[in-house]
Design a protein around this ligand. Structure first.
Ligand SMILES: Cc1ncc(COP(=O)(O)O)c(C=O)c1O
Length: 348
């Protein structure tokens, strides 16, 4: 049975979080002399002289409407990368605990584990790019605190079998993190709706992909109230800056624009797949539920270099386990995709 008290680090359990000026006073006032800000203003058109809302209330309220989750079940980070780091810092004891990672997958889980001195147990995806449930069950020990599942997965692009993820959620006594950075492009349903079912579920999402706001650094974690409380306790007090909060809030009003981009990106993705299939050096293109495709080629390094020489950058994933010969290509605008395809005609 999952019990947060069994996996929370003792020092975090005992932690008295930083209490900011904004935490200590809430309400209406006209004179704020409590946070050592510059009361005269900022040398910008817009005023940024005040610290931002530490708990990003307005953004959470809007996210809550869109996602159908109460604000108390939402954490907002400086990108979902911050949420990943906070999960390690909250639940994993350095040099003692371990995390299960499922390569090939998003590289920051490993970097974040290494920064926090958390042992990594790797259970690679199967040849079909699905979870190896038996391997994961064997790898779990008393010090396993987190399992990261990326679905749709970066860099393979496919979604994990939903029943397999639920099997883990039902049987693992630690936290299962389902990273849904690419969920808006997927045919699969989000796991957010399972939050009421599983107390050990954390769903990560981000405004960096479909929402087109990678530069703002706004990522979300959705989880039980008790997990969110821990994450809020551990995060830096003002982790999401005022400009990002304001702009995220504005962008979140424009859901129609985002939905029409998603449609267009999916059309472009299918076109790209169809066209690329005809190139001699393309051996395979894996089915994608994301805004990128993983392309298996005869000579990835040479193709990568050729594209670089022509001013086009894709991601060479050929050194990654189970991705030999593979390039990861993000779906661009129609013009960018045509440029890519035309350029590739000149290869060899
Ligand atoms: C699977 C996955 N999760 C998280 C992130 C990071 O997202 P953010 O920009 O919110 O930190 C990425 C970025 O590439 C990603 O591919």
């Amino acid at each position: 049975m999952f019990d947060i008290n069994n996996i929370l680090r003792q020092n975090i359990k005992n932690l008295t979080p930083y209490s900011s000026a904004r935490d200590e006073y809430q309400g209406e006032a006209s004179v704020f002399l409590d946070a050592n800000e510059n009361a005269f203003g900022s040398p910008l058109d817009q005023q940024f002289n005040r610290y931002p809302d530490p708990l990003q209330f307005e953004v959470k309220k809007r996210l809550s409407e869109i996602k159908g989750v109460p604000p108390r079940n939402i954490f907002i980070g400086n990108g979902s990368d911050e949420a990943i780091d906070i999960l390690f810092r909250s639940f994993c004891n350095p040099a003692v605990d371990n995390v299960i990672l499922i390569p090939p997958t998003y590289g920051m889980y490993e970097v974040s584990a290494n920064i926090n001195d958390i042992k990594i147990k790797r259970v690679p995806l199967t040849e079909e790019y699905q979870l190896n449930l038996e391997g994961i069950a064997e790898a779990i020990d008393e010090h396993t605190k987190l399992i990261f599942i990326c679905s749709p997965n970066n860099p393979t692009g496919n979604s994990m079998n939903r029943d397999d993820v639920e099997t883990l959620l039902a049987n693992f006594d630690g936290i299962v993190v389902v990273d849904e950075a690419y969920i808006n492009f997927s045919r699969q349903k989000t796991f957010i709706q399972e939050l009421t079912e599983y107390a050990n579920l954390v769903v990560l999402q981000t405004l960096s992909k479909a929402w087109g706001l990678a530069g703002l650094r706004v990522g979300m974690a959705f989880a039980s109230e008790e997990i969110i409380e821990v994450m809020n306790k551990v995060k830096p007090p003002y982790n999401v800056n005022e400009a990002s909060q304001q702009l995220a809030l504005k962008a979140l009003q424009n859901i129609d624009q985002v939905n029409s981009w998603i449609k267009e990106i999916l059309i472009q993705r299918d076109k790209l797949v169809l066209e690329l299939k005809d190139y001699d050096f393309v051996l395979d293109i894996y089915p994608s539920d994301a805004n990128f495709i993983l392309v298996k080629t005869t000579e990835s390094k040479a193709i990568y270099n050729f594209l670089v020489q022509n001013g086009i950058i894709v991601r060479d994933r050929s050194k990654v386990e189970l991705c030999e010969g593979c390039l990861r290509v993000t779906v661009g605008t129609p013009e960018e995709n045509i440029t890519l395809l035309q350029t590739l005609k000149g290869f060899k």
